[in-house]
Design a binder for this molecule. Structure first.
Ligand code: PMP
Ligand code: GLN
Length: 421
């Protein structure tokens, strides 16, 4: 496998995201899904995601993988041990549909401890198969054919795919370099009475941006005005470097209209466990559950009590994880800047954005290929997270993850420093 030519074709990794408006009504749902994600090839075959493709490339070329966002070291020992213990204790059959009570209580307690929010563990918490299922079930529950879904662009890949599957229309609001924040007036213009869902993500993948309080408040106001549901993807809630995370649920007017999504994956470095959850008002939880119970029904029985242990860890654990990542962000930033990339200073998440334009590198797909070939480091063109019509606006940008061990980030930084643009 290798990165494709710079000339943009349907099999270009930068074609990952496509507007669902491009889909034809004659298509089957799987085709709509793949097309919306920019993954339906000219041969009619659906290709793997940009993350799978880049991880395979890293393995094949023995390159350092700063592409797919997953840690290369284990999370807290007590959490891992709790999962082993749960298997030994026989927690191996279907858990309850809403999630094992001890985990639902831990989610509720965690929201109270960190966000000051009260969620009833029985009626306002739902455990899902990762944030991915939480997002899928929420969108399938609330997006009907032809409905608008407002997203901030660039966006995480599953958003466009799911809107495509639901038959909705993706309405991207750009978050442009260098600060990657949406313009309030563009948000106001994008949300209308046709909007079924406003789908946000803070801290943000792929840019690491944190939405300001004023933007979150505006989103709640727009959702109220146009009677839309807010789905707020907060999987990086603990990976914030300079300020505390604000959940959508903390803003007046959000209750009853916002579904907050989170996950154990990033907070406890267990991306393979696939334990996520939502917190929302009872009627929203019931609606999402009506779909969720036919997607996976339930999952991850022994991991559920283990995640409950994680959510109860002392504050120092959560702070420590963010501090580790902040140091790695800074090392990777310095390396990229030393060869002339301009780098954003992400407030959170696993990711930073490097711009090759100042050193004449205007095509991120070409730059990504050169970095693999010349210095053995994998990154992902940001154009992979946009609709095709907007690729040119993000063309020179690359996403790198710093959520790897200190040794991996250091080795990648030394290799990047040797790049000669
Ligand atoms: N949302 C965002 C913004 C992500 O980056 C990811 C990737 N981990 C997910 C959702 C999916 O999370 P999970 O692995 O819990 O399904
Ligand atoms: N969230 C991870 C990333 O953005 C990828 C997860 C996946 O491969 N679907 O890199």
């Amino acid at each position: 496998m290798s990165l494709p030519d710079a000339s943009s074709t349907a099999s270009d990794p930068a074609s990952i995201a496509a507007s669902s408006s491009a889909s034809s009504s004659a298509e089957l749902p799987w085709q709509r899904t793949a097309r919306a994600a920019g993954l339906l090839g000219a041969d009619g075959v659906a290709r793997p995601t940009i993350f799978a493709e880049m991880s395979a490339l890293a393995a094949e070329r023995d390159a350092l993988n700063l592409g797919q966002g997953f840690p290369d070291e284990d999370g807290p020992a007590e959490v891992l041990e709790a999962a082993r213990q749960a298997i030994s204790d026989g927690v191996n059959q279907y858990p309850p549909g809403r999630g094992i009570p001890v985990l639902r209580q831990a989610i509720s307690d965690h929201q109270k401890r960190f966000r000051g929010l009260d969620w009833d563990a029985d009626r306002e918490v739902l455990v899902t198969a990762g944030a991915t299922e939480a997002l899928s079930a929420s969108l399938l529950a609330f997006v009907d054919r032809g409905d608008d879904v407002v997203v901030i662009e660039p966006f995480y890949d599953s958003y466009a795919a799911l809107v495509g599957l639901a038959g909705g229309r993706l309405v991207p609001v750009p978050a442009r370099a260098p600060d990657f924040l949406p313009d309030p007036d563009e948000l106001r213009a994008a949300v209308t009475d046709r909007t079924a869902v406003i789908l946000i993500n803070t801290p943000h993948n792929p840019t690491g941006t944190i939405l300001p309080d004023a933007t979150l408040q505006l989103i709640v106001e727009l959702a109220e005005k146009h009677d839309a549901v807010i789905v707020s993807d907060e999987v990086y809630e603990h990976l914030v470097f300079e300020r505390r995370h604000r959940s959508i649920g903390e803003f007046p007017g959000a209750r009853g209209r916002a579904i907050t999504v989170s996950s154990a994956a990033k907070t406890f470095s267990v991306t393979g466990w696939k334990i996520g959850w939502i917190t929302a008002a009872p009627e929203l939880v019931d609606a999402v559950l009506a779909v969720k119970q036919f997607l996976t029904y339930v999952g991850g029985a022994p991991f559920q009590p283990a995640v409950a242990v994680g959510l109860g860890l002392p504050e120092a654990y959560f702070r420590g994880e963010a501090e580790k990542l902040r140091a790695r962000r800074d090392e990777l930033t310095a390396a990229l800047e030393s060869v002339g990339f301009s780098v954003n200073r992400p407030g959170g998440s696993y990711f930073l954005v490097a711009d090759g334009a100042p050193i004449g590198l205007h095509d991120g797909v070409v730059t990504a290929r050169r970095l693999v070939d010349e210095v053995g480091v994998v990154g992902i063109p940001i154009s992979a997270f946009t609709v095709p019509e907007h690729r040119a606006d993000f063309a020179s940008l690359l996403r790198f993850t710093f959520a790897k061990s200190a040794a991996t980030v250091s080795a990648a930084s030394r290799q990047l420093e040797s790049f000669r643009p």
